[in-house]
Design a protein around this ligand. Structure first.
Ligand code: C2E
Ligand code: MG
Ligand code: MG
Ligand code: MG
Length: 285
């Protein structure tokens, strides 16, 4: 009996794997037309100063409004877009939309200090020869200062990166674009290697924030974050924390010296006007 039940479980698992593969295939073939048809949209999640909770910018997070499957998160389609190369035009579209949005926020309330925009880059975009020229072109055409843009690259994408890979990032950094190391702490990178990278911001992975759920947090977790923050600051890097869901987490991360934060505690990703409203509340009191 146990054996046949086990057998059924496997069949079920196989069927589910098949269904997933079929969906993946369908999504992959639908991707190029989806870009042409305008089925992608961007949500913006505020980035706040941990000191006073004021909004200083937002991260652009892409979504796909699929005609049959509804709203799909990036984890469902970014890997497919990377596999097929569509990530290059899709990423360029996200960058252009986001830069345009940041420019609009800045125009709508110039008194609030220039709101910044963070955009994720996939490893395929890093190796694409048009990265620097496309970025410069977009910034100039739309009229956004390079220092209002931050490009996020995951730690794992830069592990063992050679100079060829770093060169475009270095060029962008020299122009004033901030480079953030995303999901930091998950990639087992050599900490000494940080000095070589043209990054100015560490984004501490959500797994660290999760360790801060209790107050006081686990002493070992506290020590680890404390160490990362002091290392980052001694290298002149700012520290952003992601995945802040509670006030207790925010408070502990603030006490540990983290600079900025992002998470559901402040706001979920949402439409562009929401950020405008949040920043405006800040600016007017
Ligand atoms: P990421 O860059 O690390 O973005 C943070 C993710 O954490 C987002 O998931 C965000 O919605 C989620 N998040 C934010 N605050 C909280 C919180 O308090 N609790 C929890 N549990 N989650 C929180 P999302 O939007 O599903 O994006 C997932 C990943 O997809 C991103 O991770 C990023 O690596 C990638 N991605 C998103 N947009 C783009 C894009 O335009 N281009 C590329 N290449 N990758 C993108
Ligand atoms: Mg990111
Ligand atoms: Mg991240
Ligand atoms: Mg992450």
């Amino acid at each position: 009996r146990a054996k046949s039940a086990g057998g059924n479980r496997y069949e079920l698992a196989d069927a589910e794997a098949d269904a997933r593969a079929i969906t993946r295939h369908g999504l992959t073939t639908a991707l190029p037309a989806a870009l042409d048809r305008g089925e992608f949209f961007i949500e913006y999640q505020p980035l706040v100063h941990l000191g006073d909770g004021s909004v200083h910018g937002a991260e652009a997070l892409v979504r796909w409004l699929h005609p049959q499957h509804g709203v799909l998160g990036p984890d469902r389609f970014i890997p497919l877009a990377e596999h097929t190369g569509l990530i290059v035009p899709l990423g360029r579209w996200v960058l252009e939309q986001s830069v345009r949005q940041a420019r609009e926020w800045q125009e709508r309330h110039s008194d609030a200090g220039p709101l910044r925009i963070n955009v994720n880059l996939s490893p395929c975009q890093l190796t694409h020869p048009g990265l620097v020229s496309d970025t410069v072109d977009i910034l100039e055409r739309i009229g956004l200062e390079p220092n209002s843009l931050c490009l996020e690259v995951t730690e794992s994408a830069l592990i063992g990166a050679d100079d060829d890979l770093l060169k475009p990032l270095r060029r962008l950094a020299e122009m004033g674009v901030d480079i953030a190391l995303d999901d930091f702490g998950t990639g087992y990178s050599n900490l000494a290697n940080l000095r070589r990278l043209p990054v100015s911001i560490l984004k501490l992975d959500r797994s660290f924030t999760q360790g801060m759920q209790q107050f006081p947090a686990d002493p070992v977790d506290l020590k680890i974050v404390e160490g990362i923050v002091s290392l980052a600051h001694s290298l002149d890097l700012a520290v952003t924390v992601e995945g802040v869901e509670t006030g207790a987490q925010a408070e502990q991360l603030r006490l540990l010296g983290c600079d900025t934060a992002q998470g559901w505690y402040y706001a979920r990703p949402g439409p562009p006007d929401r950020l405008h409203d949040l920043a405006l509340v800040d600016a007017t009191g």
